[in-house]
Design a protein around this ligand. Structure first.
Ligand SMILES: *Cc1c(COP(=O)(O)O)cnc(C)c1O
Length: 355
């Protein structure tokens, strides 16, 4: 692919942040972005890396009305000797294509996704913070851009990539989040779009999230939409429990996002000496298990926060603390994953891509 480049001269580039430890998530963007339109005649065409600018779209564009949108979230890290590292980028490329397929959108070939992303990150390399736990967040997105109010898949799309330097998720050290179990609101349903990384799932989750906060919790523990019995996800992260000394996570039954952090945790479990299983887990099993000591800890997993321990669960008026809110397993997985992502631990599975 021949990417056209319009790069700002040095003096027009923004100054870097002063203290990378204080960067807030997704508030600051780098100088350049990648953009490539799609239409039925030319397919994906005219890829460009250029100065970040506001978009100009017709108010009837599909994205504003029928929400054809798919995104990804991944990070670039600096190793101690200054190499730029990506973690399992081919997994994000594949999931992006599958999300696009599910949403009836033009698919971005995996090689094109990766090439565009690698080139942009190389150009913006100076923005990757080096302080402990900091990274460059990468947000590839496709939106439907055709101006047409009929309900049908958009004929035209825009694929773009934004980069945002981010500070450590836990600036004050590893700290647990508290989850409110919603038995009324649902994030996603079987047969719906829960397996696709699409904006609508987030819009659907906001009301539950607001009520969780009003009740004094950080995020929602989502249950299945049919019976409100089975645990699915914690906020916008996958969830794990240690039950009878075994690592258990909800099986992917159609409404759960296929997290790459989740998959990596499952693949690393045997190295850390714990048996892992994927199965249906009921909320009653967890509530009882916390009470009688069979469930010793819980943690959430996702690219943004990596591994986040769960402190307490609120359900049906009860507030139940986990016996071990800074659980030993959460800490072990966090240290191992961060070590690999930042190039400090040996990468025995070939997960790390050097740019
Ligand atoms: C992105 C996402 C995750 C985590 O996926 P990772 O690949 O681990 O970052 C989990 N749940 C939801 C709903 C998500 O959107």
């Amino acid at each position: 692919m021949e990417i056209k480049r319009t790069i700002l001269p040095q003096e027009k580039r923004k100054p870097l942040y002063e203290d990378p430890m204080k960067l807030q998530f997704g508030k600051m963007f780098t100088d350049h972005w990648f953009a490539m339109p799609f239409n039925p005649e030319d397919g994906w065409h005219d890829p460009e890396i250029k100065p970040l600018e506001p978009l100009s779209l017709h108010p009837a564009a599909n994205i504003f009305h029928y929400c054809q949108e798919v995104f990804e979230g991944q990070k670039a890290y600096k190793s101690p000797n200054g190499e730029t590292l990506l973690f399992r980028p081919e997994e994000n490329a594949r999931r992006f294509r599958r999300s696009l397929q599910r949403m009836c959108m033009a698919e971005v070939p995996e090689e094109i996704y990766q090439e565009a992303l690698f080139e942009l990150v190389k150009i913006e390399e100076r923005w990757i913070p080096r302080a402990k736990g900091t990274s460059l967040y990468i947000r590839p997105t496709v939106i439907g851009t055709e101006a047409a109010l009929g309900v049908k898949p958009s004929a035209e799309y825009l694929f773009f990539i934004l980069l945002s330097p981010v500070g450590p998720y836990f600036p004050k050290g590893f700290s647990p989040i508290n989850l409110w179990v919603s038995d009324t609101f649902s994030r996603a349903v079987e047969g719906g779009t829960g397996e696709a990384k699409t904006g609508g799932n987030y819009a659907a989750s906001l009301m539950g999230g607001r009520i969780a906060k009003e009740n004094g919790y950080d995020q929602v523990l989502w249950l299945d939409a049919k019976e409100h019995r089975y645990v699915e996800e914690g906020g916008a992260m996958n969830i794990f429990f240690v039950i009878d000394g075994k690592l258990s996570t909800p099986a992917l039954t159609g409404s759960i996002l296929h997290g790459i952090t989740r998959k990596s945790v499952l693949e690393m479990a045997s190295d850390l000496g714990i048996t892992a299983e994927e199965r249906r887990i009921t909320i009653d099993e967890i509530m009882e298990g916390v009470g009688n000591g069979r469930v010793s800890e819980a943690f959430c997993a996702g690219t943004a926060a990596i591994i986040t321990p769960v402190g307490r669960l609120g359900y049906k008026g009860l507030d139940i603390p986990f016996p071990d809110p800074e659980g030993p397993w959460a800490r072990r997985f966090y240290d191992m994953l961060c070590g690999i992502q930042f190039g400090e631990h040996p990468d025995t599975r070939g997960w790390v891509k050097k740019l």
